[in-house]
Write a protein that binds this ligand. Structure first.
Ligand code: PBG
Length: 324
């Protein structure tokens, strides 16, 4: 009889044989910061996560540091709508002035929180309704995204993370960064990003729901494996330093092939709907939230994820996941 159960017999041997380590060094905590917000708001579905003003965000980062969180993904939410990188740049400067190299601050770079239409791009003709614009103005979009990236880099961002899915944006961002002395600022591309139901809680959190239509013109169709792989290869070719697949759960089969084809570090984003679904299971008594969260992180590591963006990073230490 082949006895595989020998490898599962006690905690020591299970620990010994665990394939992939997990540490807080591998986790990235999202931060939602809204310009001028006075009172923090708990984000529905995202336990332990808040929409905060800058002052509250500084306190949050301070407490996260005590929990060994070192990596953050900032989502800047402007007070009003309009294509303007300044509110985000001020947040970056505020956070980096305070914490310096104690943290690694990535900035989600997209237009959906500031565009009046709630899309990740600009269109040739504005105004929703009957004559809803459908033709993406790629040139204007790339110009706006690059100016955001440059403003964030100038403000001290440690890395730029474009999440818009426009063709050529990684190349455009790399070029403006390099042209302005920011050659060492890395780009983490949301390189394979599917159109998904699992972004629901986020769109409330970041005030980024589209005012018309959906994002299927620019986010990938889950049925299209070729496109999903090519999108990451394309970003690698344009100069991305890190690739990221999203939602993590619906991309798990793509981690290994994308890593193989690009030789780049590939991570996942455990998106808002994934995290929220664990909370819903737990609240119904169907799972233990922390144990379920830990289980999903281990699966991402086993599948080859170099890093995990997760709303639960700040819980990691309390789950027994320490600094490496
Ligand atoms: C927007 C953006 C989204 C997420 C990250 N950046 C939402 C979207 O594309 O609609 C999703 C994150 C999450 O659901 O946790 N550019």
């Amino acid at each position: 009889m082949k006895r595989l159960m020998r490898a599962r017999a006690n905690a020591h041997i299970r620990e010994l044989l665990a394939s992939d380590g997990l540490s807080t060094a591998k986790l990235i905590q999202p931060l939602f910061v809204q310009e001028g917000l006075e009172k923090s708001q708990q984000l529905p579905g995202l336990d332990g996560n808040f929409r905060m003003g800058l002052e509250a965000a500084l306190k949050q980062v301070e407490s996260d540091l005590e929990q060994s969180v070192r990596n953050f993904m900032l989502f800047p939410i402007p007070a009003g709508k309009g294509i303007d990188a300044e509110p985000g740049a001020n947040m970056v400067a505020g956070i980096k002035d305070r914490f310096g190299s104690d943290i690694q601050l990535w900035v989600d770079t997209c237009l959906c929180s500031s565009s009046p239409l709630g899309h990740c791009c600009l269109f040739h003709a504005d105004g929703p309704g009957d004559g809803s614009p459908t033709l993406i103005d790629l040139e204007a979009t790339l110009k706006a995204l690059s100016s955001y990236a440059l403003a964030y880099a100038r403000a001290g961002a440690d890395g730029i993370a474009p999440s818009d899915m426009m063709d050529a944006r990684v190349g455009a961002i790399r070029s403006i960064l390099d042209g302005n002395g920011h050659e060492l600022v890395p780009i983490m591309s949301y390189s394979t990003k599917f159109a998904s139901q699992f972004y629901g809680p986020f769109r409330d959190a970041a005030s980024s729901a589209p005012s018309f239509g959906d994002r299927r013109q620019y986010q990938i169709d889950v049925r299209n494996r070729t496109d999903a792989i090519n999108a990451s290869i394309r970003c690698a070719g344009e100069g991305a330093d890190l690739l990221m697949l999203k939602p993590g759960m619906t991309s798990i089969d793509l981690l290994a092939p994308i890593r193989r084809k690009t030789s780049l570090a590939v991570g996942v984003y455990q998106v808002s709907g994934e995290y929220a679904s664990l909370g819903l299971l737990a609240r119904n008594g169907f799972a233990d939230f922390d144990a379920a969260l830990l289980e999903t992180w281990h699966v991402y590591r086993r599948a080859g994820a170099q890093f995990i963006i997760t709303y639960g990073a700040r819980r990691a230490l309390s789950l027994g996941v320490g600094p490496s």
